[in-house]
Design a protein around this ligand. Sequence first.
Ligand code: SF4
Length: 489
Amino acid sequence: MFDKFRDECGVFGIFGHPEASNHAYLGLYALQHRGQESAGIAASDGQIVRVSRAMGYVNEAFDTASLAKLPGRMAVGHVRYSTAGESRIANAQPILIDSVHGQLAVAHNGNIVNASELRDALVRLGAIFQATTDTEVIVHLFARSREEGPEAAIVDALSQVRGAYSLVLMTKDRLIGARDPHGFRPLAIGRLGDAWVICSETCAMDLIGATYLRDVEPGEVVVISEQGLKSIRPFTPAPKAQCIFEHVYFSRPDSYVFGESVNEVRTEFGRKLAHESGVEADVIVPIPDSGVCAAIGFSEASGIPMRMGLIRNHYVGRTFIEPQQSIRHFGVRVKLNPVRSILEGQRVVLVDDSIVRGTTSRKIVRMVRSAGAREVHMRISCPPTISPCFYGVDTPRRSELIAATHTLEEIRKYLNADSVAYLSMDGMTGAVRGGKQSYCTSCYTGVYPVAFPRDEEAYLQLALKLNPDAEELDLPITIPDLEKDPVAR
Ligand code: SF4
């Protein structure tokens, strides 16, 4: 919403419930923050898998009549924001195919970094692609697999892809969850009575009354059938690289992600930020909604009261149209409004989760000053974002990331703040279980755990090397050597 990294996708699956598609609808509703471009549900009655997909929000994509056409005790669902591939209905998920291994519905969160080369190879072998997503590569590999049966064919397909995937897949009688060996994106398992649920975030379980059991582990494939849950670990183990940005911004604070409460992690980011970069001030003001948890932690640790000095308009939709030329340039004020009674004459600490381009932060500082703040100090609950993501998150070009191209003092001047401070890398990774050994932090370091071919950059729309200015930056991009680093393969 405000100059942020864009969310990726949300996935949901349920097995063994008479109202499977209705529950998938509700689950997707809870995961709406992970993708707003399209929504889809596939359901199986044990014999036939049917799918319905549409552009738009979940509540626009489905109604009672369309859900009634998805009968059965199993369903998988997907909300999409396009990280790879264009925004069009052909790219909406779940993808449903019929093959020699039977029907397969696939819902994917993540990004396959070798999708382009696999796709080229498949096209040379005669494969015909209908969409432009990396996910379609997985279904082609599945359909062409010579392994016996759908489970073995899925493992065969996944063993050929590199990168980030948390998948829910469905055959006519099985629900399958799979997470890549690094575990970039989250995937949780829960129970709803006798039914099983697999989804991106536990907030989807809360809405339908399911209980969170555990995560699908990195490199694990779980197969749920009438016989219960079977776990297999068919891939070579790899170092964990869970996306730390899920805790910083993407996931809902009421979710458990990677086994930890997002709210607690985010609040701890704020506490650590206060310890590292405290400042004399009168009031802590979160930038809603993303800065609230960290601001609570900052306030707790600093002893400075937190107040809602900025109010967000929750009813600004995707299609806000400025009504008339003469009253244009509402800018950020359409979405946020300052509370003068809280800000006037005060030394204010603004707390937000991240700065991407800096344009919105600059407008917010100006707005807070215009409401009478005496001083404005900006505190950010993660380190400076200096590099794009290749693992399923839409990020601007590196040249557009303000922290990649400006010093801290230059950022302070640009924002017109009295001071600016970010949480340190140690502060961030010290707030999560497993620390830096368990997390991907590439967008803060430029060091990537999984190699991507150079020509993938264009495919990923990130244009790291297409931008001539990016070459001139004195910030290292470390890409593992494919020959020397077996893990990166
Ligand atoms: S690069 Fe950043 S956003 Fe992408 S997976 Fe790693 S931590 Fe997450």
